[in-house]
Design a protein around this ligand. Structure first.
Ligand SMILES: [Zn+2]
Length: 493
């Protein structure tokens, strides 16, 4: 399913009328084979005329098909392409917006440094990049080396010579493309815009995967960011804003959801899908006989994150209130920012903080629910990655195992540290309390925001019923990156 033609391949096919610069200015051109291009777009229809497709020429490095039944190969025979105006679809067109500032991106200079084995490249937009020859050869964008529709490398590292030195190089297409020829006569074209995005020293920060986190505390009482269920289903911008709040703050409310089971799956569908666990695809929180979890009783729940006994603890939790208890004094939800708590402990008790970061505590869950299960995992209470970035808190007294896989002389130390962490969590300035009403959904980062609830009395008038579901951050981040492409013109690397 690959349309393997870049603008260079196209121009090699021959510009019958028009020019590349005029195309860049939004003009029209006709390429050999009857392909008509206009502006940064090219439009074509497969000879069998079933699949009208739009392709971006400059907007991406390669043609991107839009539509179904795309042929595996386009034969550019006369008459197989229709004029752009007759089959352009506005909706499809809008997803193919040209990247910002594309026309400004040219090479100013390309210099070889054979002793270092790299090119030094200066771009018209200002920056200078250094690119090792082996990296250039490895990242050839030709269809033999790179499979465009899958965005995946087709070449093998076994064919790659780490000491490769190019034979020659030239700037073509008015300085917008660097063409490198290798000793085996293979030729690689690099667009300035693309190469500029790959600079080593200033590689762009992944705003989605490594966001600037914002901590919070009691000031969110009555001011939790709130989104409308229906708008989340219908508006991409609203969906992005919600995920962004979850990503940066970790806590948001959604109101206006239908008062029935199934709403969470509808919402999750806008992102990806729910994560199935031993408690099911979704789970029903109400008072049950022979409860498999304390949540399924009217007892209070201490502040905790869910499922720390999983190797892959679910990233996002959603709790949809279908019926709130008529016991007005009970059933309120509590939320605490685990990152804020971790920071406070770090500042006031640095040694305890080190204990919480390094000593591992065992969690386990055993029983029968959606499946019969026995899960075990050991992890520190506060977890950072190797770059020193906050990853998650792992705190859940209810499922902390009776055993501790620690040297016995460290046991008392870890209890002291956990007790301190718990005291900090419950500091009044850290607590946010919200009693969910029917149709409200609490959504939060399950690796960061600890949640709990006050006890309640089961009354005759009705029960308290929440439906819960999880999603993973991998899919949520993926969705955010896709949304950013259409909302903000983000260019994929
Ligand atoms: Zn190649």
């Amino acid at each position: 399913m690959a349309f393997v033609a870049s603008i260079h391949t196209l121009t090699r096919h021959g510009l019958v009328r028009g020019s590349v610069p005029s195309l860049r200015q939004g003009g029209a051109a006709v390429l050999r084979g009857g392909l008509e291009a206009r502006g940064t777009k090219c439009v074509g229809q497969h000879p069998d005329r079933r699949a009208a497709s739009l392709f971006s020429v400059f907007g991406r490095d390669w043609f991107t098909g839009v539509g179904r039944n795309l042929p595996s190969k386009v034969e550019m025979t006369a008459g197989c392409f229709k004029p752009i105006s007759s089959i352009m679809s506005r909706k499809a067109y809008s997803t193919q917006a040209a990247p910002k500032g594309e026309k400004d991106r040219r090479f100013v200079s390309v210099n070889r440094d054979d002793s270092a084995g790299q090119y030094r490249v200066e771009f018209s937009s200002g920056p200078v990049g250094v690119y090792p020859y082996v990296w250039m050869r490895d990242n050839c964008r030709c269809p033999d080396c790179y499979h465009p529709s899958s965005w995946q490398r087709a070449s093998s590292i076994s064919d790659l010579d780490p000491d490769v030195v190019p034979t020659s190089e030239e700037l073509v297409d008015e300085g917008s493309v660097l063409r490198v020829v290798w000793p085996d006569q293979h030729s690689s074209d690099f667009q300035a815009a693309w190469l500029n995005r790959q600079r080593f020293s200033e590689s762009e920060k992944d705003e989605v995967g490594s966001p600037e986190l914002q901590t919070w505390g009691g000031e969110l009482n009555g001011r939790i960011p709130t989104f409308d269920f229906q708008r989340l289903l219908e508006e991409d911008k609203e969906l992005y804003n919600w995920l962004d709040v979850l990503n940066v703050k970790g806590l948001a409310l959604v109101n206006g959801a239908p008062i029935r089971q199934g709403a969470l799956e509808e919402l999750a569908e806008k992102v990806a899908y729910t994560k199935t666990t031993i408690y099911g695809k979704t789970f029903q929180v109400f008072s049950k006989q022979e409860a498999s979890n304390l949540a399924y009783t009217p007892k209070a729940l201490l502040l905790h994150i869910d499922l720390p006994f999983y190797n892959y603890t679910p990233g996002i939790q959603m709790l949809h209130c279908i019926e709130q208890t008529s016991d007005a004094s009970g059933g309120a939800s509590q939320f605490v920012d685990g990152l804020q708590v971790a920071e406070q402990v770090r500042q006031e008790f640095p040694e305890m903080y080190q204990t919480l970061r390094t000593l591992e505590v065992d969690f386990r869950d055993k029983g029968s629910d959606y499946r019969v299960y026995h899960l075990k995992k050991r992890r520190p209470i506060i977890q950072y990655n190797k770059y020193g970035e906050f990853m998650c808190v792992n705190y859940n007294d209810h499922v902390r195992a009776p055993y501790l896989s620690l040297p016995v002389e460290q046991v008392k130390e870890v209890y002291k540290a956990m007790k301190l962490f718990e005291e900090f969590m419950y500091r009044p300035g850290n607590l946010v309390e919200h009693r969910l009403g029917a149709g409200e959904i609490a959504t939060f980062n399950n690796g960061r925001v600890l949640h709990g609830r006050s006890s309640y009395t089961v009354t005759k008038e009705g029960r308290r019923h929440l439906e819960g579901a999880y999603m993973d951050w991998d899919e949520a981040h993926s969705r955010m990156r896709i949304l950013r492409e259409t909302l903000f013109g983000d260019e994929p690397l």
